[in-house]
Write a protein that binds this ligand. Structure first.
Ligand SMILES: [Zn+2]
Length: 315
């Protein structure tokens, strides 16, 4: 890996903790919890990581998350990710967790949150990595279920800084969650949302106007709407872009067609993130490296992208 990339201090603003579950840890947790897996070994599981779209990935992702059962499991998952951050000079992270992925299969909310939060607190003390945790709602579920999750989370209000929206985008526009986001804001929480990955630019408008988000997660389809592009530039609304994810899930056919550097040059506040690194082939630095190799990203551009990530922090 490039030394100059490693040397850049960076923040990661789009990372699903459940998506950082590496096959080796997945197998170790399955053994610890005596869970039988449908894959024979780590290699067979890696072989299953070929996706045609977001939904195919999500099906595997939810299956993998099933090995996470105890507070220690969530701690170990988060700790493994923080060690990657340290190795790559990610000095601040704002990860997502999806409580509904776990509470829907009978894992208590507090088991999930305590394991994750303890690792983040230890990471701050022992590794010097600061954080702001984001509670993300699954958009393929109902707004009613999101309200239930928010209510479960309120006794732990101080443990997280924002709510987000992820999972299957198409057919689940931000407008579906307008009321629960308003409730979260009334509790003093900040807001972000995935929009404009597979969904149209209209979903980005909705995230901004109806959910009042501070940042857009992905947002790469904004380039199809000139008026929206101008607004992103004028208001300096950050986009948390995930290049390797976009290729793996076929948002772009080829990294050489990715629009992140074109957006950067136009003055959009784009950042580089890994999304679900265990599934998409790399952490933050591998994403930067892919932009260097496929798009000729210069060191100066990398420095601006890293600076954007530090400026786009919620906390
Ligand atoms: Zn994501």
């Amino acid at each position: 890996m490039y030394d100059w990339l490693n040397a850049l201090p960076k923040a990661e603003l789009h990372l699903h903790l459940e998506g950082s579950l590496e096959p080796e840890l997945l197998f170790a947790l399955a053994e610890r919890n005596k869970i039988k897996l449908p894959w024979h070994d780590v290699e067979a599981l890696r072989g299953a990581y070929a996706f045609n779209n977001l939904q195919e990935f999500l099906d595997l992702y939810y299956q993998g998350a099933d090995v996470l059962r105890t507070e220690q499991d969530f701690y170990d998952l988060t700790w493994a990710y923080l060690q990657k951050c340290q190795a790559q000079n990610v000095v601040h992270t704002e990860p997502f967790f999806d409580p509904q992925t776990h509470t829907d299969r009978g894992i208590p909310f507090e088991v999930v949150l305590r394991g994750i939060k303890q690792a983040l607190v230890d990471g701050e003390k022992q590794l010097g990595i600061s954080h702001g945790l984001i509670l993300s709602f699954l958009r393929h579920l109902s707004e009613e279920q999101a309200f239930d999750t928010l209510e479960q989370a309120m006794p732990f209000r101080d443990a997280f800084v924002a709510v987000g929206l992820d999972s299957s985008e198409l057919g689940h526009p931000p407008s579906k969650f307008q009321r629960v986001f308003a409730k979260a804001r009334s509790e003093g929480l900040l807001t972000v949302a995935h929009a404009g990955e597979e969904g149209p630019p209209e979903y980005i408008w909705q995230a901004l106007d109806l959910l009042k988000v501070q940042r857009i997660d992905h947002g790469v389809r904004a380039s199809e709407d000139e008026r929206l592009m101008q607004r992103l530039i004028d208001e300096q609304i950050p986009l948390t872009v995930c290049p390797l994810s976009n290729i793996k899930l076929r948002v772009f056919d080829d990294m050489r067609r990715h629009n992140i550097l074109a957006m950067l040059e136009r003055g959009v506040k784009v950042t580089v993130n890994s999304d679900d690194p265990a599934y998409f082939g790399g952490y933050v630095n591998e994403n930067f490296a892919a932009l260097h190799e496929a798009l000729g990203m210069s060191e100066a551009q990398a420095r601006r992208l890293a600076q954007n990530s530090l400026e786009a922090r919620l906390v």
